[in-house]
Design a protein around this ligand. Structure first.
Ligand code: ACO
Length: 446
């Protein structure tokens, strides 16, 4: 990097290309010219710091609330092209994985970078399956919750509580320890979620069944009643598995950023996962699937859609399940979810709310408000309809997002830990508050 002094103003006509992978910046406050390296179409924010008017200045920073144009890491996990509607895990298209893979195989891919061979998949499945039991004391935490406690609150609390049962998880730079916590987190998240659900119903907890698949066992723990062995409906089991594939990772979203940020303090992965789960809970993120259903219920009839859209355009409401920070095209996951919805309805009967959803989509995709803002259905728009048809209460919808996203969170966390450029996350601020002032005793304050 070089810094040169130049008194000349920037020319308005386009200068000739130099072929250099650098960006020249002229600071018009003092005429200084800087040349900073460009790599991957990106400059390093720290290279701005040398730009000062006075030697005592702190130096230039970039201001980017909500990180709309700031890369916080280099990643090899998930690729998204938001304009083209492309999503890939480790180079494999989401469409192909949804068609040919299983959730556990995809989780392996996301975490290890490559698809497993047969022996690796067998071993991986064995270990995840044999880490599904939770300590009996966790049940006491669940018993402490009110019957109508939101299951996301219960999940956040109990996954955080896991850190107290596994102090070895603090050994985060030990690959063996990380492997063990990965099995535990993937294995136990469905159990915690199912137990939270059963608690809300006042029904006895159902223990994991190792003869079932990842999703088959989850359905067993949720829905088994008096049968000696639970046999999941294969269409529903596969539908849930595909939904889990679609939700496994989504690069630097709000909850992955929470996972990386909290994990950057070198806390154990259970505490970081609790933070990521909390981030996912919000209605603008994973909580949106619950809000979509509430919205469809509120709209109530296809005839009311136009009036509702009018309120959205007036800024009174959000069309939940629409819009995305990255996708400015149809979310590729939403297309697959829409197809699965019909497969599930073939087994369980049509969810009547689908007609309201379709009408919302039809109007929105033709309306200039949505077209000009490039707002399309996101993954959450149709998932709730499937979950409701499968018998889940709305409060469980974000939980059904958190379970599969755990593989992505762990992969992001591990990548962050092993990246020698990463440090504890600590953004800067622009302070615009008071300058130094003197304390005034209460009786002398106006
Ligand atoms: N309904 C109505 N208007 C919307 C919506 C929506 N769902 N989403 C965005 N807009 C409007 C905004 O009001 C804004 O309009 P303006 O330019 O007139 O001010 C414009 O579109 C751009 O929106 P931003 O909020 O700036 O976009 P941002 O990238 O910050 O937000 C977000 C993305 C949070 C997903 C937003 O689209 C939203 O709130 N959607 C509804 C909630 C939702 O579905 N969240 C799930 C996202 S997917 C996931 O997390 C798994």
């Amino acid at each position: 990097m070089s810094s040169t002094k130049s008194g000349t103003a920037a020319s308005s006509s386009a200068p000739a290309a130099t072929g250099r992978e650098t960006l020249t910046i002229i600071d018009n406050r003092n005429g200084r010219q800087y040349e900073v390296p460009i790599k991957h179409d990106t400059i390093r924010a720290i290279d701005l710091r040398q730009m000062k008017v006075h030697e005592s200045d702190f130096g230039m920073m970039s201001y980017d609330p909500a990180f709309t144009n700031t890369a916080s890491c280099i990643s090899k996990i998930t690729f998204i092209d938001g304009d083209k509607g492309i999503l890939r895990y480790r180079g494999y298209s989401i469409e192909e994985l949804a068609e040919k893979s299983t959730y556990l195989e995809t989780a392996y891919l996301i975490l290890h970078g490559e698809l497993p061979n047969e022996a690796q998949l067998k071993e991986w499945t064995y270990h995840v399956t044999h880490h599904t039991f939770i300590h009996e004391s966790i049940k006491k935490f669940l018993d402490g919750f009110h019957y109508d406690a939101h299951p996301m609150g219960m999940l956040i609390s109990t996954v955080a509580a896991l850190s107290t049962f596994y102090p070895d998880a603090k050994d985060i730079f030990n690959p063996e320890s990380r492997r063990k916590q990965t099995y535990r987190l993937l294995g136990k998240m469905p159990t915690l979620a199912a137990f939270a659900y059963r608690h809300s119903l006042g029904m006895p907890f159902i223990y994991p069944d190792n003869d079932l698949s990842y999703c088959g066992n989850f359905l067993n723990m949720l829905f088994r009643t008096t049968e000696l062995q639970y046999h999941p409906n294969p269409t529903l089991e596969r539908a849930l598995d595909v939904l889990f594939i679609l939700h496994a990772d989504h690069e630097q979203n709000c909850s992955s950023t929470a996972m990386r940020g909290v994990g950057s303090s070198h806390v154990d992965p259970y505490s970081a996962t609790a933070a990521a789960t909390a981030a996912l809970y919000g209605p603008l993120h994973g909580g949106a699937n619950e809000q979509v259903l509430r919205m469809l219920v509120e709209i109530g009839s296809v005839n009311n859609v136009a009036a509702y859209i009018k309120r959205v355009k007036a800024g009174e409401k959000l069309l939940m399940g629409f819009g995305h920070r990255v996708y400015k095209n149809y979310d590729p996951r939403a297309k697959i979810v829409k197809r699965i919805a019909y497969e599930v309805f073939d087994v369980l009967g049509r969810n009547p709310l689908i007609d309201i959803a379709l009408e919302c989509e039809r109007i929105a995709l033709e309306d200039d408000y949505f077209v000009s803002r490039r707002l399309y259905p996101n993954v959450d728009f149709y998932t709730g309809l499937i979950y409701q048809a499968m018998g889940f209460p709305m409060t469980m919808f974000p939980v059904l997002f958190a379970i599969p996203r755990t593989s992505g969170w762990i992969a992001q966390w591990q990548e962050m830990l092993l990246d020698s450029e990463q440090k504890i996350a600590r953004p800067r601020q622009i302070y615009l508050g008071h300058d130094l002032r003197s304390y005034i005793p209460p009786d002398r304050r106006g």
